[in-house]
Design a protein around this ligand. Sequence first.
Ligand code: ADE
Length: 418
Amino acid sequence: MDYDIKDIKLSEKGKLRMEWAEQSMPVLRLIKKRFKKEKPLAGVRISACLHVTTETANLMDALKAGGADVVLCASNPLSTQDDVAATLVDHYQIATFAIKGEDNKTYYKHIQSALAHKPMITMDDGADLVSTILSEQKQLIPNLIGGTEETTTGVIRLRSMAQKGVLKFPVISVNDASTKHFFDNRYGTGQSTLDGVLRATNRMVAGSTVVVAGYGWCGRGIAMRAAGMGGNVIVTEIDPLKAIEAVMDGYRVMPMSEAAKIGDFFITVTGDIKVIRKEHFEVMKDGAIVCNSGHFNVEIDIPALEKLSKRKRTIREFVDEYTLSDGRKVNLLGEGRLINLASAEGHPSSVMDMSFANQALSAEYLVQQHKNLEKKVYPVPPKIDAEIARLKLEGMGVKIDKLTKEQEKYLASWEMGT
Ligand code: ADE
């Protein structure tokens, strides 16, 4: 078996951490149990490009239990957990191509290695597999029955491909499932981003000013958790609706040009480029901490920061201290890559449980339905989404009410008024 990982000797540690994660993934456990019996993915080659974490490893294990032939590569150069990569190879015989800290050349080499598997299904987090296939590996298209996509940034790229007519197979947008973005993007990113910032810096949030750029589901989660720790939260936005929502949620809203002067922490989650740039670094307070939790490392203009600086040193792990020409210091965390996975462990397992249940069931759906699907971006079927919600609630031991017959009738009627 071909693979490229840091050190196979890390596999015992990875196995234990994987088991720990599985304990908080009851929905995925149920799916794995059924997959083992029914083998709905028998003989299906899947190439996955995901963050190589304990949760992803459990997804790979579930897909394999369903009969799939799986290979995995990293969806970000800094998010790999090397012990998990080792255990996937050593204990699960899953070909894995991922090394934490790999350079860009190795990152793309690993994508090519995953594609050498000639996938029938691609499983992306950021659409790098699909974009590589469409630009460099078109000969793989006839094998493909479809793909799945995990994250907002990937879905935006895929919609652009579909709109321009270059998407050549159906892709299911896992991100758009309610059981994904309401929880993973909000509560997952909220907790894991603060976790990443704190592990990297060990600084106090209470009493400090935290600037959150972008008030999508991820921004909402980060703002909520930063405020919960006593931070003074400022939100920056370009969308009037989201800006009103942030104001009514109790945060100050202002342009980045103003927020830049008063922030202690800056966290970008917009999905766009150069959200923090030269003019902002120029007015930041001495010691400002800047990081990103969006998918790509493009939200902070790092080349501009380099240009403004006379000195750069790594002052602690995941913290690069830049000294500007006037002596002020700006600290960049995790090279501007998603800080929740660079310096922490990503979202907790219990929330990834729902995201990856969507992935597993979407793969099964593609096998069953690909002949009826067009070259478009599809939502996760609402029935699957609803079933995952039901199972998650069951796993949490929470019971809810049922409509009475009379209530059902009332909701379906129009005759009854005041
Ligand atoms: N994205 C965010 N957190 C993650 C995790 N724990 N595993 C895989 N992908 C993630």
